[in-house]
Ligand binder design. Structure first.
Ligand code: AMP
Length: 114
């Protein structure tokens, strides 16, 4: 099976500005940031999207959720606030079919998004 773009980044076959990695996940700066801080948190396991996750992935998803706070603190946006986004499928605007959590901050944001 062909590796996804984000697997290639996790395996360092494609360069990225990585800010965190461990055995379960990697986090790197979005190549086209929509705010001063825009990190993508990606499991090494190539789940297509959040809707593809099963009970088998419970520990992995929990790990990712806890890493969101760690990364936000490390990036200095935990106190000011930030947004997490999980785009899913075509209507959700997902362009890379490998589960990823956007961590976006460093500026004030509106709700709802466009
Ligand atoms: P999504 O639209 O939710 O699938 O988000 C995919 C994100 O990946 C977009 O925000 C892109 O800017 C970002 N992206 C695409 N290619 C790269 C890359 N090579 N390095 C870092 N971010 C990327």
């Amino acid at each position: 099976m062909e590796k996804t773009l984000f697997q290639k980044i996790a395996d360092k076959e494609i360069p990225s500005d990585m800010v965190y990695e461990d055995e379960h996940c990697v986090a790197f700066r979005d190549i086209s940031p929509s705010a001063p801080v825009h990190i993508l948190l990606v499991p090494r396991k190539p789940l297509r999207d959040i809707a593809s996750a099963t009970a088998e992935d419970a520990a992995l998803l929990s790990h990712l959720m806890l890493k969101v706070g760690d990364i936000a603190r490390a990036q200095g946006i935990a106190e000011s606030g930030f947004r997490t986004v999980l785009n899913t499928g075509e209507d959700g605007g997902q362009t890379v079919p490998h589960l990823h959590i956007h961590i976006i901050g460093g500026r004030s944001m509106q709700w709802p998004p466009g």
